[in-house]
Write a protein that binds this ligand. Structure first.
Ligand code: AMP
Length: 429
């Protein structure tokens, strides 16, 4: 017996109806982004290693989680762990006019320990605005993500902070390192390791043992220049003007090294606190230069599609998209022709295969969720007609007595009329 396979560990198949809900979520995001003037960018799924190395040499993403490999020409490649660096690489390569506003959606890869809401292949949707340091862009981006998550029913909570620029952050990091070193015995083993790589990331510890020490740690806000403080205050003011509730969280640091000034995170209040982050982002004004490009400011976010779906409170409705199901017990040719005709007219249509019994085919029709069933037997063929049943009609009449015999040449009109009556196909004429 040949070996049988499962999907790789930490990677899941997405089947219907989840796949449809996911598609709807992406469409909703696309609409939201288009309303604000963002255009889609489709990026490569893998890039040269160097593109992502700057994502954060001190972060877990680069240290441990890269799905990297050497191709047949010995080039070092990575399956993308995120998309901001890819967008920046594309900007440097193509030099579009700025401000360049793009959105994306797609699979991303991180070699993480799989657990609820954490996968090795996951999906992110996001936006980036390149070429402006105007704080209005920060506000626009944050508001866009918030509106999307709110409309999706995730009950979002917004946290914002300022991470300063390279200078203020490095002064702060030095101070923080000194402080944590003074308390090293009290820190968890993990945080002691993190401290060696990046003291800032200790603030992000999820280990309760670290909390009292983190609580007393110096604050980045005390190290910000006046300009940075004004930028942050402006962002907060903009969010307030738009009526978006937020919490200024001085301990918020992000898992990626390239952020400057604004950093933010969306949590869902519907999720367990350890996996409650549904998305996040910030400003990354130095990233372009780090990737060998010209000076180019940028701000954006990434939202996890899988996590967002877990956070959506209303379980998506089980409504079927299907209009018509055809049961053909007269050989199947009529089903083939009618299905093609209805589909060409924009009516979603499915059919049974393998010439099974009428009972079996009607069971499939019922399960399909279709509004209408068509039955084609020898009698119908002889009369050049088709029997039609409204499957979703709420009355107690047995199905048999609800069948109407429709002449073949009136079938399309009749189906359109019936679908309009059910209110499902108002747009289809
Ligand atoms: P990040 O790029 O790390 O800021 O992540 C942004 C969002 O992507 C997170 O808030 C999650 O919703 C989602 N995300 C990140 N990593 C994973 C993962 N391994 N599995 C599922 N979702 C993830």
């Amino acid at each position: 017996m040949p070996k049988s396979y499962s999907s790789p560990r930490g990677i899941k198949d997405i089947l219907a109806p989840s796949s449809r809900d996911r598609r709807n979520l992406i469409s909703a995001f696309e609409k939201e982004a288009a309303l604000a003037g963002y255009k889609e960018i489709v990026l490569p799924v893998f890039e040269e290693f160097g593109v992502f190395a700057r994502v954060g040499e001190s972060t877990e993403i680069v240290q441990k989680q890269m799905y990297d490999f050497y191709d047949k020409d010995e080039r070092h490649m990575v399956l993308r762990p995120e998309s901001t660096a890819g967008v920046m690489r594309a900007y440097i390569q193509h030099r579009p006019t700025t401000p360049w506003k793009v959105w994306y959606e797609g699979a991303h890869f991180r070699y993480e320990k799989p657990q609820a809401g954490r996968f090795r292949q996951f999906h992110q949707l996001g936006v980036e605005v390149l070429g402006t340091s105007d704080l209005a862009a920060d506000v626009e981006v944050i508001a866009l993500g918030w509106r999307f998550l709110d409309a999706a029913g995730t009950n979002p909570k917004l946290l914002v902070n300022s991470l300063g620029d390279v200078k203020s952050r490095s002064e702060y990091t030095k101070d923080l390192e000194k402080y944590f070193k003074g308390h090293i015995k009290g820190l968890s083993e993990q945080s002691q390791q993190t401290l060696k790589l990046n003291p800032l990331r200790v603030l992000d510890s999820k280990d309760q043992q670290d909390f009292p020490i983190i609580e007393q740690a110096p604050m980045l806000s005390d190290f910000l220049s006046q300009e940075e403080t004004e930028h942050f205050d402006g962002v907060c003011q903009g969010l307030s003007d738009l009526g978006i509730a937020f919490t200024a969280d001085p301990r918020l640091v992000r898992g990626l090294d390239y952020y400057t000034r604004t950093a933010f995170e969306y949590e869902s209040q519907n999720l367990e606190s350890s996996q409650s982050a549904v998305g996040g982002g910030g400003r990354y004004d130095g990233l372009s230069e780090d990737l060998g490009g010209p000076a180019c400011a940028g701000v954006g976010f990434a939202i996890g599609t899988d996590r967002t779906m877990l956070a959506m409170q209303e379980s998506p409705s089980a409504v079927s998209d299907l209009d018509v199901f055809i049961a053909d017990v007269a050989g199947g040719r009529a089903a083939m022709l009618i299905a093609e005709e209805l589909r060409s007219a924009g009516i979603s249509t499915d059919r049974a295969f393998e010439n099974r019994s009428l009972k079996a085919q009607m069971k499939l029709a019922d399960r399909s969720g279709a509004q209408l069933a068509l039955i084609i037997g020898e009698d119908e063929l002889a009369a050049d007609s088709v029997s039609l049943i409204e499957l979703r009609r709420k009355d107690s009449q047995p199905e048999k007595s609800r069948q109407d015999l429709i002449p073949r040449n009136q079938l399309l009109d009749e189906i359109q009329k019936r679908l309009q009556k059910t209110g499902k196909n108002e747009n289809k004429a």
